[in-house]
Ligand binder design. Structure first.
Ligand code: ADE
Length: 225
C-alpha cells in the first residue's frame, strides 16, 4: 500500500511513522508513506496557503488553489482508492472502516489546519471524511498518524503473528480479554488457573467469556451493533 499525506507540518508526522510496527511495515516493503509539504504549492513566494474566511470570523481557511494543484499533481501518478480528509465532522473512525481501508492500494490523506480547508475542495476531490473522535485537534496530522497506524498494522504480513490482529479489541465488536504474564503470583495477586492449565479449548472459552463480560460492562453499545 502507498499513502500520500498532504500537510503543512510534515515534521509532526515523521516520528509516529518511523517506529515500531509502522517502521516494520515500511522496512518489509508492505507500506510506503510520502509526506508532502503543502507549501510546495503555495500561491506566492511568501509560502501562503491560507487566507481569511469570507463572511468574517476568527481563524484562517486553507486556500483551494494549493490543495487542488497538489491533489492534481499527485493524482497524475496514482489512482487513489480514497482521498481522505481528516476532520472532526467526518465519520468516526472504527475498526470496520480501518479493515476496509487496509485493502486499498493507494490512499491520499489531507490534513486540515486552522479553520479547515475550503469547502469546494471537499466537494470536488475528497471521497471520504474521517474523524478520530468527538474532540478537536489543532490539525489533522495526529489524526492522520492514528489512521495510518491502525490501517498499516492490518496489511497482511505486517504483524509477525498473522492471527494477532484478529484478537484485537473491536474485531468482533468485542473488547479484548485481560492478559497476564510472569510471575503467576504478583504480590499475592494470582493469574487465573485456566491460563496455566495448558488446555487451549478451555483457555479460548475463558477468553471469549471474559471478552463478552468486559464488553457488557464497559461498552454495551458495541454488543448491540
Ligand atoms: N482535525 C481536528 N480534529 C480532528 C479529529 N477529531 N479527527 C480528525 N481530524 C481532526
Amino acid at each position: 500500500m502507498h499513502i500520500d499525506i498532504l500537510t503543512v507540518l510534515p515534521e509532526l508526522l515523521e516520528s509516529p511513522l518511523s517506529h515500531s510496527i509502522m517502521k516494520r511495515a515500511q522496512d518489509k516493503g508492505l507500506l510506503t508513506v510520502s509526506l508532502h509539504a503543502l507549501r510546495k504549492w503555495a500561491v506566492n513566494e511568501y509560502g501562503q496557503i491560507d487566507d481569511y474566511q469570507f463572511g468574517g470570523g476568527a481563524g484562517m481557511v486553507m486556500m483551494p488553489e494549493p490543495l487542488a494543484n497538489a491533489i492534481e499533481e499527485l493524482s497524475a501518478s496514482r489512482t487513489y482508492d480514497q482521498i481522505i480528509y481528516l476532520t472532526p465532522d467526518g465519520q468516526t473512525l472504527n475498526q470496520g472502516i480501518a479493515n476496509r481501508l487496509s485493502m486499498a492500494d493507494n490512499l491520499l490523506m489531507i490534513c486540515g489546519h486552522y479553520k479547515g480547508i475550503d469547502e469546494r475542495i471537499r466537494q470536488k476531490y475528497v471521497t471520504m471524511e474521517i474523524s478520530i473522535g468527538d474532540y478537536v485537534l489543532s490539525g489533522g496530522e495526529l489524526a492522520a498518524a492514528v489512521l495510518v497506524d491502525c490501517i498499516g498494522r492490518l496489511i497482511p504480513g505486517v504483524l509477525n503473528d498473522e492471527t494477532s490482529a484478529l484478537f484485537d479489541s473491536f474485531q468482533d465488536n468485542l473488547l479484548a480479554p485481560p492478559v497476564y504474564t510472569r510471575p503467576s503470583d504478583f504480590r499475592g495477586m494470582i493469574v487465573p488457573d485456566v491460563l496455566l492449565s495448558g488446555d487451549p479449548k478451555k483457555i479460548e472459552a475463558w477468553r471469549y467469556e471474559e471478552a463478552v463480560k468486559r464488553t457488557r460492562e464497559r461498552r454495551p453499545d458495541l454488543e448491540a451493533e
